[in-house]
Ligand binder design. Structure first.
Ligand SMILES: Cc1cc2nc3c(=O)[nH]c(=O)nc-3n(C[C@H](O)[C@H](O)[C@H](O)COP(=O)(O)O)c2cc1C
Length: 220
């Protein structure tokens, strides 16, 4: 059981990363091996929309994205974290997500579990955390929960967010251990897989790698 937590704040004493490391502590106490990744330590280039990953399964960009992606794929649980930057995730986090379009098509996170945390100066932390979980959901992951804390709500609320983060880590570990099932989400995953099946079948001449992936999985 491995859980990876990905921090996308550039700040040294990041509020968001404090929530993330607390989720990881909860997951560790729940029996998981944990890995912490600071995105700002990695060189990740922007997706060029060349479609090569759809065609061949490989990316043309030579950077450190594969190092992170490998850890994501070998993990059972993924926690994404980002401060609210102009009512959205940080550019670094968005850059990572954009590199994972093939992950959406191939539903590579099916069977994995996700969680997300965010902080904001004034408002919007929960919306950012929800976006992060939604991103993992459309890649196939089942969402366990999230924590969003608006710092303007005061120190007491931040401490409450820290406590919730620890509980989220425990819940994430438990979901992995028990292979938790969420009927509503499973319906969503089935609908998403059907959509991707239609797409990949329709584009099979242009995207032979993805078509082959679907046939190998016996989804087509
Ligand atoms: C570039 C930038 C954009 C921000 N945009 C927002 C925003 O739209 N709304 C908000 O409430 N706080 C905003 N903030 C404040 C951060 O969300 C807040 O300070 C957060 O807790 C920082 O998290 P960190 O300590 O993990 O880096 C912004 C901060 C920066 C640096």
């Amino acid at each position: 059981m491995q859980v990876v937590g990905i921090n996308s704040s550039p700040r040294k004493k990041s509020n968001t990363d404090l929530l993330l490391t607390t989720v990881l502590t909860g997951a560790s106490d729940g029996g998981c091996k944990t890995v912490h990744i600071d995105l700002y330590n990695y060189e990740i280039e922007y997706c060029k929309a060349c479609d090569t990953c759809y065609k061949t399964g490989s990316c043309v960009l030579m950077d450190e994205f594969p190092d992170i992606y490998e850890v994501i794929l070998e993990s059972d649980g993924i926690i994404l974290s980002s401060p609210n930057y102009i009512n959205n995730v940080t550019a670094k986090m968005k850059t990572l997500l954009d590199r994972m379009a093939d992950t959406v098509h191939c539903q590579r996170l099916l069977g994995k579990y996700s969680a997300a945390v965010s902080t904001a100066g004034g408002s919007g932390a929960q919306e950012v955390a929800d976006y992060l979980n939604q991103s993992l959901f459309i890649m196939g992951a089942s969402v366990v929960g999230s924590v969003g804390v608006n710092l303007a709500d005061g120190e007491e609320m931040f401490q409450k967010g820290v406590d919730q983060s620890y509980q989220l880590g425990i819940q994430l570990a438990d979901a992995i251990l028990t292979k938790a099932e969420y009927p509503d989400q499973q319906q969503g995953h089935a609908a998403m897989l059907e959509r991707m099946k239609q797409l990949v079948s329709f584009r099979r001449e242009e995207w032979p790698y993805e078509y082959e992936y679907f046939t190998h999985k016996k989804w087509i």
